[in-house]
Design a protein around this ligand. Structure first.
Ligand code: ATP
Ligand code: MG
Length: 428
């Protein structure tokens, strides 16, 4: 189609055939989050650019090259949020939610990053994030990990593994950074272009390189875990003990660094090898310095975000229930009078029969054509209202899925009772 309008590259429509899976996924997420006492927070999609530069870090991929930044009509620099933590912290500081209290919060919604679109990587994508504030020990880190593990169980996802690491305090990380730069300098000839650039801006990110050519260099790099400060060591040991006690399996990955600057101590990722290159479905960690850095009190924070597109892709592959249920009733309106009276009857049925999914024939059509539509709707019953029925104040009910079941003609009240009973019998 020439000149036809298309969506922006990397920004996807979710079509009616896909939304049932998303709704059911979101419902499970809400239930699990509620089970741990997390409350929803709803945040703007647009924030001042400065918020992300100051939180995520100036020399991260996100801030350097992935943000959708624009000047609004006032000339203020604004950015479509690339992630949710910064806005969540901003809102909590702004509304005084962190003063002398703890918070367990979650949010869901679209995030925007100018990345190279590919399977599992889009320019508009959706995250569910959970954040906890005011709790300094590893117990809350472990709780967040247990929460995510429960999610996978509830969703029937088995092919995921948990990787954990500790980034230590910022002082310990600075010391490690020097050792790492010294090591990487000795291997300079083997570094790819990205890593050479990062060597002096953000050398820890070299460890996060997805380039297979870098694997050997990264494998031989000094380990962050050998450079932890005592407090971070205790925290990490505490976390591991809690996960062991809760029966959550994990692997330690000393190369796990995450792409956002605000993390310290605990970081973790849930990874799968069923999605190809984009294998991380959930990632998070502790960010104790961030709130003070953004002008709030010195309150610790920890959280994770999971990518709904990647999760939905995994679920689609496992045959997760993903279809909209068909209507219970298709209402056939045969004749002009019936077409005028049909809407009132449909409304009455919806009032009286709890949970009823009723699809009313709209746009007329012969009795035969309407019956065909009733059949292909997958409805359990066709309800027929014609001139005869109207005159007698009756309704005809024809079960569509049971073989050999005759049509019944009942007074309206009895038809309602019949449908009410049918709704109780456990059939869809
Ligand atoms: P990656 O290493 O895959 O780029 P990231 O480290 O940038 O991920 P986070 O910012 O921590 O990811 O986001 C958390 C989760 O959000 C990721 O694990 C992933 O599931 C999802 N995610 C991140 N970026 C995208 C994207 N562009 N498209 C789809 N999902 C994404
Ligand atoms: Mg990324």
């Amino acid at each position: 189609m020439a000149n036809s309008l298309q969506a922006v590259r990397g920004m996807n429509d979710l079509l009616p055939g896909e939304t049932a899976l998303w709704q059911s996924l979101e419902a499970t997420l809400r239930t699990v989050l509620a089970g741990y006492g997390y409350q929803e927070i709803r945040l703007p999609l647009v924030e001042k650019t400065e918020l992300f530069a100051r939180s995520i870090g100036e020399v991260t991929d996100i801030v350097e090259k992935e943000m959708y930044t624009f000047a609004d009509r006032n000339g203020d620099s604004l950015t479509l949020r690339p992630e949710g933590t910064a806005g969540c912290v901003r809102a909590c500081i702004e509304h005084g939610l962190l003063h002398n209290q703890t918070q367990r919060l979650w949010y869901v919604g679209p995030m925007f990053r100018y990345e190279k679109p590919q399977k599992g990587r889009y320019r508009q994508f959706h995250q569910v994030g959970a954040e906890a504030y005011g709790m300094v020990g590893p117990d809350i880190d472990a709780e967040l990990i247990c929460l995510s593990a429960r999610l996978w169980r509830q969703l029937g996802i088995r092919d995921v593994t948990l990787q954990i690491n500790s980034l230590g305090s910022s002082a310990a990380r600075a010391a490690y950074r020097e050792r790492l730069v010294a090591y990487l300098t000795t291997r300079h000839a083997e570094l790819d272009e990205d890593s050479r650039r990062r060597l002096h801006t953000n050398p820890l990110r070299v460890l996060d390189s997805k380039n297979p050519a870098m694997t050997a260099v990264i494998a031989e790099a000094p380990s962050l875990l050998d450079h932890l400060d005592p407090d971070s060591q205790d925290h990490f040991a505490g976390l591991r003990a809690l996960l062991d006690a809760a029966g959550v399996a994990y692997t330690m990955n000393p190369r796990l660094v995450r792409g956002l600057d605000y993390y310290c101590k605990t970081v973790f990722e849930w990874v799968t090898d069923t999605l190809g290159a984009q294998g991380t479905i959930c990632a998070g960690g502790r960010y104790d310095g961030l709130i003070a850095q953004l002008g709030g009190e010195a309150v610790p924070g920890v959280g994770f975000a999971l990518g709904l597109e990647r999760l939905a892709a995994m679920l689609a592959a496992t045959g997760y229930p993903a279809t909209e249920p068909p209507p219970h009733v298709y209402l056939i309106l045969a004749g002009e009078v019936a077409q005028r009276m049909g809407l009132a009857l449909a409304e009455r049925l919806r009032d009286e029969v709890a949970g009823l999914r009723l699809r009313m024939n709209c746009g007329g059509g012969s009795f035969k054509a309407q019956f065909r539509r009733a059949d292909s709707s997958g409805a359990r019953f066709a309800l027929v209202v014609g001139d005869d029925e109207l005159a007698a104040k009756t309704v005809s009910i024809k079960p569509l899925r049971a073989a050999q079941t005759a049509q019944l003609t009942l007074p309206e009240d009895q038809a309602i009772a019949y449908l009410q009973a049918a709704m109780q019998d456990g059939q869809p």
